[in-house]
Design a protein around this ligand. Structure first.
Ligand code: SAH
Length: 440
């Protein structure tokens, strides 16, 4: 469903979200009201973004700037969009995934928070692409991507659109792979801030965020008991290690499959079993792919799996579990729970695919908790501000998030938690920057 903002001019100051009225909203006067309650609930866990929003409302650093965003349309994203709108931006938002849109949030954003929203849960790939195109047609000056659909789309439509881009930010690993491929081919014409690789994002979003939300998505879809099960994680990168940790915390025996020797060794040292994926296929109860690659689980794995195995993907695209291989091996297929499709093989074994093989933490759950997205989206808001305030300051290419943005966000988060820390003394600072003898 395309939901352009109600007030096309959008020049009037957006109004504050109505105060939460959970009881009313949950019984559902309207979709937008329920969405607003959800946005307010998330906002209470996003104090850093809240502070940035207050500053943006006063200083309007994004006045008149057209922002195109392709993100998971969740309550947390809504709070980022509100922050940008308070800063004066005109925001057009489409979905980064067909199954991650929270329809009530999309309605609230469009009807009450002055953003143009194009997305509906369950839209087909053609609609999703059409919505990406609609956002590109607004000629965004700044792009916020989760998966690089907008940046790639803008560049595919010719140099004029790309050259008017002040810059972009990228929220996820898969998107940075794509943007780096563009850079390597010499076609990237704007700066792209690698939000996904900022220290704060790495430490919290990938590890705590993906760790918890992936296990949460699997449990919501299946209500499985993880204790005593064998849980196989494909990929021990920043996200895989968070998932492994949480699965172990729930009592599972965790097996890691890797292709990188250093990461494999890290997994072993962390106490997980490490083995080739075909060996893991025979012993696992639950399989999660989080590699960023494709066909990580394919026909040979399916042929070895136990009856009842559960398959989930936590990577950005739905290509990590080979669906064509699953379809061609299966003799039957049945939706046994809203988010579980059961495939029967010729010998009677049943394999359970969660959320159509799409990113399970958002498609079967609500994504990362707001307290984590507070950090990610505070960084996003500050990066957009930085791009706009220094248009001549960045050359085309993938660039790191300025270190002071990371530091500022971490400090605000600590403040919000009431945590104080020490400071180096001058003597300690001098010592740390000295090199001449004697250092001891
Ligand atoms: N950062 C990991 C993947 C995490 S999940 C990686 O790059 O591999 C995939 C994407 O969804 C991330 O960009 C994450 O920031 C985003 N995401 C997770 N929960 C979200 C939420 N509640 N709202 C909006 N986006 C979310």
């Amino acid at each position: 469903m395309a939901r352009p903002a109600k007030a096309p001019g959008r020049s009037t100051a957006p109004r504050q979200a109505t105060a939460p009225r959970p009881a009313d909203a949950l019984s559902g006067d309207s979709l937008a009201e329920a969405g607003d309650a959800r946005i307010a609930w998330a906002s209470a866990q996003m104090p850093v973004l809240d502070q940035i929003r207050a500053r943006f409302a006063a200083a309007r650093p994004l006045a008149g700037v057209r922002v195109g965003a392709c993100l998971h349309i969740t309550a947390e994203t809504a709070n980022l969009v509100r922050t940008l709108v308070f800063g004066g931006a005109e925001v057009a938002l489409c979905a980064a995934n067909p199954l991650s849109t929270q329809d009530d949030v999309a309605a609230a954003l469009a009807e009450r928070h002055g953003a143009a929203v194009y997305g509906r849960r369950g839209e087909d790939p053609a609609q999703l692409t059409a919505h990406v195109d609609t956002v590109i047609a607004t000629s965004p000056q700044v792009v916020i991507d989760d998966g690089a659909d907008l940046v790639a789309g803008v560049h595919e439509r010719g140099s004029q659109l790309a050259e008017q881009l002040i810059g972009a930010t990228e929220e996820t690993t898969a998107g940075l792979l794509r943007v780096r491929a563009m850079e390597a081919q010499g076609v990237l014409r704007c700066p792209v801030m690698a939000v996904n690789e900022s220290s704060a994002e790495r430490s919290f979003n990938d590890y705590y965020g993906t760790g918890q939300s992936t296990v949460d998505g699997i449990l919501r879809a299946t209500n499985l008991l993880l204790a005593g099960r064998t849980f196989v994680v494909f990929g021990y990168g920043f996200t895989g290690r968070g998932i492994a940790l949480r699965a172990r915390g729930a009592g599972a025996s965790v097996v890691v499959c890797e292709v990188d020797p250093l990461r494999a060794l890290e997994a072993r040292m962390a106490g997980y079993e490490v083995m080739p994926s075909l060996a893991a296929a025979a012993v696992g109860d639950v399989f999660v792919t989080v590699t960023g690659g494709r066909d990580v689980i394919g026909a040979e794995h399916f042929q070895r799996m136990k009856d009842g195995a559960v398959l989930a993907n936590a990577g950005h695209f739905d290509v990590e579990i080979s669906l064509p291989a699953l379809h061609s091996l299966a003799t039957g297929r049945q939706r046994v729970l809203p988010l579980v499709e059961q495939y029967t093989l010729s010998d009677g074994r049943r394999l359970n695919l969660l959320a159509d093989g799409r990113v399970v933490n958002l498609a079967a759950g609500d994504g990362h908790p707001a307290a984590v997205m507070d950090i990610s989206f505070a960084i996003q808001a500050l990066c957009v501000e930085r791009l706009v305030s220094a248009p001549a300051g960045f050359s085309p290419g993938v660039i790191g998030v300025p270190a002071e943005i990371d530091g500022a966000v971490a400090r605000l988060k600590l403040d919000s938690l009431g945590i104080e820390i020490d400071e180096l003394t001058d003597a300690q600072r001098d010592y740390l920057s000295a090199w001449e003898q004697p250092l001891r």
